[in-house]
Design a protein around this ligand. Sequence first.
Ligand SMILES: [Zn+2]
Length: 358
Amino acid sequence: MSSCTRCNNVVTKYRAQSTDNELLSIHTERAIYLKKSQERNKTRDELLKRLSALRNSGGGVLLIHVNGTRAGDRCLKYFDEFVGSIVTRLLEPGEVYANTYKRQWLQDILEYCADSAVFIHIRVAAVTAVTDVKGVATVDFNTKLGKDYENVIPTTQQLLTVRSHRRTSTGPAITGLTDDSKLHEDVHIQLKRFLPKPQSSDEIQQDATTFVEYLWNQLKLKDSITSMSKIPDGGSYYLGIGERVNTSEDGTYTTVIPDVRGFELKLDQGELEETLKSKLRDCVLLGRSENTFTDVPSDLIAIAFHPIPSDHQRCVLRVAVKCVEGVVFCDRCGPRTYMMENGQICRMEKGMWLERIM
Ligand SMILES: [Zn+2]
């Protein structure tokens, strides 16, 4: 994604005639817009980084080299589909898309430059104060809100509401898996099957750090911890339980029931528990109602391993999450967003982020 000669030439030519507040550029490949891949996610994130930096620093222009565009192609459909849903994330409540981004081929602005036909020009507006707060365009809040069937990205206003709620720090009592018929997903219960890809299964089952990383990122434990900690009475995350469709014998009634399969734990329970708690200490931060950030309480989570009644070789891992006052973030640096400093993109400090949403 580093810039190519064409990027450098076009940016130099554009800069010579521009009076924009800030100017950033990025080199992309057209082919990656078209199908899902790691590279595609990476490019999206790089775009978000640049757009948020511009939005948080008075606005400006982003030039995007779309390498692989054929001469004469004026279609922006694939690009729009590629960025459409993610750039909306950078809008604060009340902000309007069309007033924030204006995208067009650079050719329409810089006609005398030969390469401008393969560059997209996006004019990006600064975050505007829609309410009485300054506002900030956030790439990733690093905290989620629970709905009964999923964890969702919050808005800044929702986070302010959550942060100011007085809540008692309580969590679910850890008991056995006595009545698993009650294990249906809601804001307090999240169920995950243990189904790693065969090629990575051994490594996950034999190394505590790899196991925890898998749980944390791929199986979204970080989202469950941040969302359940905001809900009175907290919640429980179960690894080794899924859901399956169940149809009555006469075929007239279909529903979904918990599917408690567990998994074979090849690691020492104590080692896994300690690694998970250490992950929490390293990665989690609490934003408190009095505008300070601190460590989360050491008893934010409790861990239990429940043997499966039908097969004692297998178990279900339960992570019980307590409710705490404030907002739990799954990143020690808090929400992730960017700003411009002396012409460079840098991550915005969490205190400044907070100041801008107050
Ligand atoms: Zn380039």
